[in-house]
Design a binder for this molecule. Structure first.
Ligand SMILES: [Zn+2]
Ligand SMILES: [Zn+2]
Length: 464
């Protein structure tokens, strides 16, 4: 029995690890690499294994950097089950179909504007049809239910508190007489975060694969994040500009709506019109509100008898392209939530073109921005950015509201990691190099556990 580290080892995105036990092969996640064009080209490369020989996939949560290559697995011959938490199965339908639509649109663009001969990008990474075929393989399992993945491997999903349905995977491996337990953190959420429960403590493991997105940073206190958001909404000149929020459709958008609804009067939200300008975020919101059993106590109480959405009286859904385009003419008073969260595609690009050159507009960055993305360039203070081949000056006020991240910070992750009572060995993945190294050191020094940073292709033999 062994684990082979494959994806999200060199970078944050593209989560994927290969577990081999009792002659079976199971993947933990199968995510897309997201970032620059060169990095994203890696998604088309062959897998390090034969998809036809793969027995099952365990998916920690719906985010595309964890789930986005599953349709490719299926097109390349994988015919086993994809086990995931029930709500993740719902969200994955929205996410994978959106990912496929984006891929189809991209391919169309590259067919029309070929930069080089025989550009591979003229073919979509996968089609909606392939995504639908992949979704047929999904099997939803509730939290806390121990189930057999393949002979020799049992699993249980625990709430990771990251996005709806996100799971920490407890994995029991057996081969002959040996028994080992592996825990895969997936992505961990923040403690005390809105809507979702805290990451669930797991008490024992022989080895733990842990993410480290914010392994070298601390978020601000959530209360100061709330104050900051309130200040922005109250002080932004609603009669002269708009507020743009590039948001991840799943998680961030719902949190923002929830916070706007629960701070409606306090933040003066009645003065703004809020547009959820993303078909995917709209669908995801409906899925969120459809799973109140997964809410934390406050959100369950706030929900009352009706859905949360009507609480935000001035919320508008703009699923259609024409509705989104109409927003381009709005010069003021609009809060526009649109994807993608890292500004590397989607409707937010059009809104950026119309609003970032205007000093009276505001841009709220509410999440992690990977290297190579437009969002990262904006956060780093670029004075000018290129969108759709044209250059735009950045004059809008930029606010980075860190505490809203769906990811726990260093202390959140250490708190979760300290729940293990038997000093497991840690493998630190899913982070920029400095975040991984800093978090690895923190685990060793504060928890007294061995911790390593695997390279792609490294293997860990559980029997050793
Ligand atoms: Zn995630
Ligand atoms: Zn992730």
């Amino acid at each position: 029995m062994e684990i082979e580290f494959y994806g999200a080892t060199e970078r944050v995105t593209g989560s994927c690890h290969i577990l081999r036990v009792g002659g079976r092969t199971v993947l933990l996640d199968c995510g897309l690499v997201q970032g620059s064009h060169d990095e994203e080209a890696l998604n088309r490369e062959p897998f390090a294994f034969d998809a036809r020989e793969l027995d099952a996939v365990l998916l920690s949560h719906g985010h595309i950097d964890h789930s986005g290559r599953i349709p490719l697995l299926v097109s390349r011959g994988f015919s086993g089950p994809v086990f995931t938490q029930e709500a993740t199965a719902d969200l994955a339908r929205v996410l994978l179909l959106d990912s496929a639509s984006l891929a189809e649109r991209d391919a169309l663009y590259h067919r029309k504007h070929p930069r080089i001969a025989a550009d591979r990008r003229a073919e979509p990474l996968y089609t909606r049809e392939a995504a639908l075929r992949a979704l047929e393989r999904f099997r939803g399992v509730p939290y806390a239910e121990r189930f057999t993945v393949v002979p020799g491997l049992e699993a249980c999903f625990r709430d990771a508190g990251h996005i709806l349905g996100s799971a920490v995977l407890e994995l029991w491996l057996s081969e002959g007489d040996s028994r080992r337990k592996l825990v895969f953190s997936g992505d961990l959420g923040q403690y005390g975060h809105p809507i979702l429960n805290d990451p669930e403590t797991v008490r024992d493991a022989d080895a733990v694969i842990i993410e480290s997105t914010y392994g070298d940073r601390l978020h601000r206190e959530f209360s100061s994040t709330l104050d900051e958001l309130g200040d922005i909404f109250r002080s932004a000149c609603r009669s002269c500009g708009n507020i743009l929020i590039p948001a991840f459709s799943i998680g961030r958008s719902q949190e923002l709506l929830y916070l706007m609804a629960t701070h409606f009067e306090e933040w003066g939200m009645q003065e703004w019109q809020v547009y959820l300008d993303s078909p995917m975020a709209i669908e995801a919101s409906l899925i969120y509100w459809g799973h109140p059993e997964l809410f934390d106590r406050e959100a369950a109480a706030a929900k009352g008898d009706s859905s949360l959405l009507p609480t935000l009286r001035n919320l508008h859904f703009t699923p259609k392209v024409e509705q989104s385009q109409e927003l381009n003419a709005r010069r003021s008073g609009a809060v526009i939530i649109a994807g993608s969260g890292m500004c590397n595609g989607g409707r937010i690009l059009h809104h950026l073109k119309h609003n970032i050159p205007r000093p009276e507009c505001h841009l709220l960055i509410t999440g992690y921005q990977a290297e190579g993305t437009l969002g990262r360039r904006l956060v780093e203070g670029a004075g000018e950015v290129e969108i759709h081949g044209r250059s735009y000056p950045v004059r809008a006020a930029l606010h980075t509201v860190g505490g809203l991240s769906a990811h726990g910070d260093r202390d959140d992750m250490l708190r979760w990691a300290s729940g293990f009572e038997n000093s497991p060995r840690f493998f630190v993945v899913h982070g920029d190099p400095s975040a991984k190294e800093s978090f690895r050191t923190a685990i060793e020094q504060r928890l007294g556990c061995r911790a390593g940073i695997p390279e792609p292709g490294d293997r860990y033999d559980f029997s050793s």
